[in-house]
Ligand binder design. Structure first.
Ligand code: F6P
Length: 330
């Protein structure tokens, strides 16, 4: 220790998410307010292995809140993925006198944190991923911004799709989770949504429904396809061939990860960042920060990993009723 209460290090890892900067800012400023030295680690776990970190001041995090991305950079570290890498990282944390490490990231980053905790590092996790796919928490930083970005893009697609009386397959992010697709399905009034958690590969039924929709007078149709299902270009071709309706595919891709965070993402990130420091200040060890029943809370990292998350059945049903998903036939 250096006159301060202790040393806290903070890093961002895995896919970036709008609001990560707000979380870093909250960690730094709350840390300083509570009497700690706070170190910003660059490029995720790689930054620990390479000792790429620096002491952060109150003003080092000025003008960051409103920007997407992460000014600490992010990375996926092959070396840290190995057991030897984790041992090395833990030894470096000890050598540098880091009392706690705050990890802002998704599931993969938390797996790394959990394993690191086994080597004696006190880890505190803040969920930052646009995918909303972390079981123990109702909210993950970045989701709101990403969904709004995708929603606006799909609104635009609908206009051109309508003008040309086409069918549009639009692929949104979510490697193994369909939350962005589900929310856009409702927010954009999509005719169909294909979620990795739900879709049964019944393409014949999908095509039949598209034909029925056209017969019933629909001039155009939006099919939101989650990245986890993929093959959007192939699907568009198949739809065009089977229905005779001109069909285009659009993959929104990484643009969904950028952009200025919404108020919700800024506020949640700020509250979670501050709460993470307060966990450390209260002497808590190896906790993940989340939202439950609308309030910020913390949970033991091991316990959090035992939980599972499912698509909200009622929201899925609503998307089907309000759109035209097969089995809710018009
Ligand atoms: O941020 C989560 C996520 O967007 C996933 O939905 C997606 O599969 C993944 O990141 C892709 O990340 P990258 O291209 O950076 O590996």
């Amino acid at each position: 220790m250096s006159g301060a209460k202790g040393k806290i290090a903070v890093l961002t890892s895995g896919g970036d998410a709008p609001g990560m900067n707000a979380a870093i800012r909250a960690v730094v400023r709350t840390g300083i307010a509570r009497g700690y030295e706070v170190y910003g680690v660059r490029r995720g776990y790689n930054g620990i292995l390479k000792k790429e970190m620096s002491l952060m001041s109150f003003t080092d995090v000025s003008e960051k809140l409103q920007h997407g991305g992460t000014f600490l950079f992010t990375a996926r570290s092959a070396e840290f993925g190995e057991d030897a890498g984790k041992r090395k990282a833990a030894a470096i944390c000890k050598e540098l006198g880091i009392d706690a490490l705050i990890v802002i990231g998704g599931d993969g980053s938390f797996t790394g944190a959990k394993n690191l905790s086994k080597y004696g590092v006190n880890v505190i996790g803040i969920p930052g991923t646009i995918d909303l796919d972390i079981a123990y928490t109702e909210y993950t930083i970045g989701f709101d911004t990403a969904v709004n970005t995708a929603m606006e893009a799909i609104d635009r697609l609908r206009e051109t799709s309508n003008s040309h009386e086409r069918c549009s397959v639009v692929e949104v992010m979510g490697r193994s989770a369909g939350y962005i697709a589900l929310w856009c399905g409702i927010a954009n009034g999509a005719e169909q949504i294909l979620l990795p958690e739900k879709f049964d590969n019944n393409y014949d039924m999908l095509i039949e429904q598209i034909k029925k929709n056209r017969k019933s007078g629909m001039t155009h149709q939006i099919i939101i396809n989650a990245e986890g299902i993929g093959h959007s270009y192939g699907l568009a071709k198949e739809i065009e061939k089977a229905t005779g309706i001109e069909t285009r595919a659009t993959i929104l891709g990484h643009l969904q990860r950028g952009g200025s965070p919404t108020a919700r993402d800024r506020v949640v990130a700020s509250v979670m960042g501050a709460y993470a420091v307060d966990m450390i200040d209260q002497g808590k060890q190896n906790r993940l920060i989340g939202y439950k029943n609308g309030h910020v809370y913390d949970i033991d990292i091991e316990e959090a990993f035992e939980m599972q998350k499912d698509i909200d059945e009622y929201e899925y049903e609503v998307a089907g009723i309000l759109g035209t998903r097969c089995s809710y036939n018009i």
